[in-house]
Design a protein around this ligand. Sequence first.
Ligand code: NAP
Length: 254
Amino acid sequence: MNILANKVAIVTGASTGIGYATAKLFAKEGAAVVVAARRQTELDDLADSINAEGGRALALAGDVGDEAFAKALVDKAVSHFGGLDIAFNNAAILGAMGPVSEMSQTDWNQVIATNLTSAFLAAKYQLPAMEARKGGSLIFTSTFVGYTAGMPGMAAYAASKAGLIGLTQVLATEHGPQNIRVNALLPGGTDTAAGREFANTPEALAFVRNLHALKRMATPDEIAQSALYLASDASSFTTGSAMLVDGGVSINRV
Ligand code: NAP
């Protein structure tokens, strides 16, 4: 039996990278998925490929920083698939990089809105739907940056992602009694568009790989497997955690 049989999931940031791989894996494991990002064509292609493979998927394009979109995703999950059990809130941007003294408030606000306020909005609408199902798994994609490592030039990103860990802890305590588990997933360097944006020269790529104890970046599929663990009953006693899946980047001293 597929481990997400009869479950309904929302996956954001599904047009590429970790979200794309996770949407495919959740669907393969039996979940009906509502896939979200801003790019309609990529989302439609993903939903078509899942449906063609015998899964169930629905695409909805929008901005995760928009409250109406956060609500619409939950409404779609409920109206098309009957409810909501799992939410992988994964969409994010690296945003403006550089010293804080040179960062505009507009750039700062954009990162916080996309990466952190989106999580508040998502939880606001996802939690009642999960309560109606008498349980669920809420997952936020955070990162080791701002948790186990300070990295110059990444203030807004680090602050937004560290904020997710605080949000995770509070929501886990608030909603544990309703059997809703809330966890943050902290990938290491992962070979996606965002990973390549950060490591954008051969030298930078070699540097980033070498930071990890495993001397490589993750594939999106490896991170998707960890999201599957947190989504499924295999992690039934895991809540409030900041789960590092980071190839040892947090403990490595090169
Ligand atoms: P990616 O390939 O750049 O994917 C980011 C996704 O987020 C895309 O699907 C993008 O789709 C979506 N997105 C961005 N802004 C959005 C918005 N305002 N509204 C809706 N969707 C939006 O990045 P990734 O590497 O897979 O990253 C996934 C998650 O892992 C992120 O939370 C990232 O911070 C985290 N992470 C990544 C790494 C890494 O090394 N790659 C390491 C640690 C943590 P559209 O452009 O179509 O909107």
